[in-house]
Design a protein around this ligand. Structure first.
Ligand code: GDP
Length: 367
């Protein structure tokens, strides 16, 4: 499954956030013994009220949500790319995740040391990026050396690769992460940077603005600065108060609701974070529904019906005939699956159908 790596400078609230996330997972884990894989890896339920609404209407005996994986990647310090601290190990871990969750300190608290002296999330985000950029430059330079040799021997393919490497290098040398300059690169070069070189700065980023309790609910000037900065790359910013989230997970449901209401929220910030992380990973959800079970399934945006069926069982992909589909909105309008069928609102879709977020699907297949 796809995973998000939580990164940030020391003392920005990463562990507080990660613990709150996995605590939530543990609370929900009764049915999911696989929830904690390793101490620093947690599978977290993707909160989706649609799932529970469908299950309620279909009188489902079992409800199965979908999950996203979070990895707590501690150890980023200045000069990590030069091997400072656990630098190299840290960067190797980032290579393995599919998206980066950058936690940025937007809270003032004299009792919590700030490693850079004062609160400044944009500067901190750039410090993190500098390390990723430095690592990417190392990767590019290593590859350049090899390719230059091959090009000198007259290898045509090497010549072409050389051009791509030089375009990539130019951006990195300006100390810019590639994701901010995607439009400056050809599709082919971007793909090469991402899928062949696995460069760290091609990974999608989600920024978490960790604010203090007294900044809720509207945030503060640092959050605004961070939002402005994130706009430059079209990245989402999720504001949370990690400390409050950590308190919330300890509470009984009624107390939780009450505390949320005090701050003017109708759900924990973690819910928003998990949903945004899911979107950042390019994931969408479709549902299967019935009396026996209503279940959420994860696919990459753009997945076609047979491959979606394959998530459930490989036989269903191999023997795929057609999919019966209704969107969540239409389903809610008509009220239930049986009514939808009665009214002929369930569409029949073939193998080229691209699954849409919220689709409720039933697959017909040959065994
Ligand atoms: P990490 O080093 O990034 O993992 O940071 P921690 O999660 O260990 O947090 C560092 C310190 O900051 C701890 O003492 C936390 O209690 C505190 N902290 C974390 N989030 C908040 C917050 O939202 N507000 C305040 N005031 N303190 C926080």
């Amino acid at each position: 499954s796809l995973s998000c790596g939580i990164v940030g400078l020391p003392n920005v609230g990463k562990s507080t956030l990660f613990n709150a996330l996995t605590q939530t997972a543990k609370a929900q884990a009764a049915n999911y013994p696989f929830c904690t894989i390793e101490p620093n890896v947690g599978l977290v339920e993707v909160p989706d009220p649609r799932l529970y609404e469908i299950a309620r209407r279909e009188n489902s005996r079992k409800i199965t949500p979908t999950f996203v994986e979070f990895v707590d990647i501690a150890g980023l310090v200045r000069n990590a790319s030069k091997g400072e601290g656990l630098g190299n190990q840290f960067l190797a871990h980032i290579r393995e995740v599919d998206a980066i969750v950058q936690v940025l300190r937007c809270f003032e608290d004299p009792s919590v040391v700030h490693v850079e002296g004062d609160v400044n999330p944009v500067r901190d985000a750039q410090i993190i990026d500098i390390e990723l950029i430095a690592k990417d430059l190392q990767t590019v330079e290593k590859r350049l050396e090899k390719v230059q040799k091959m090009a000198r021997l007259g290898d045509k393919q090497a010549l072409q690769e050389l051009g791509m490497l030089e375009d990539i290098k130019k951006i990195l040398e300006n100390l810019e992460p590639l994701r901010r300059y995607r439009s400056h690169l050809s599709e082919e070069t971007w793909h090469y940077a991402q899928k062949t070189l696995f460069l760290l700065t091609t990974k999608p980023v989600l920024y978490v603005a960790n604010v203090g309790e007294s900044d809720l609910p509207e945030g503060n000037r640092w959050v605004k600065e961070l939002e402005e900065y994130a706009k430059g790359e079209g990245a989402p910013v999720v504001m949370v108060c990690a400390k409050l989230e950590a308190e919330l997970v300890e509470l009984a449901p009624e107390e939780k609701e009450e505390l949320l209401r005090v701050y003017g929220f109708d759900e924990p910030g973690l819910n928003r974070l998990v949903r945004e992380a899911y979107r950042t990973l390019g994931l969408i959800t479709f549902f299967t529904a019935g009396e026996k079970e209503t279940r959420a399934w994860t696919v990459l945006k753009g997945t076609k019906a047979p491959q979606a069926a394959g998530k459930i069982h490989s036989d269903m992909e191999r023997g795929f005939i057609a999919a019966e589909v209704i969107s969540y909105e239409d389903y809610i309008k008509v009220g239930s699956l049986s009514k939808a069928k009665e009214k002929g609102l369930v569409r029949l879709e073939g193998k080229d159908y691209v699954v849409q977020d919220g689709d409720i699907m039933y697959f017909r297949f040959n065994v």
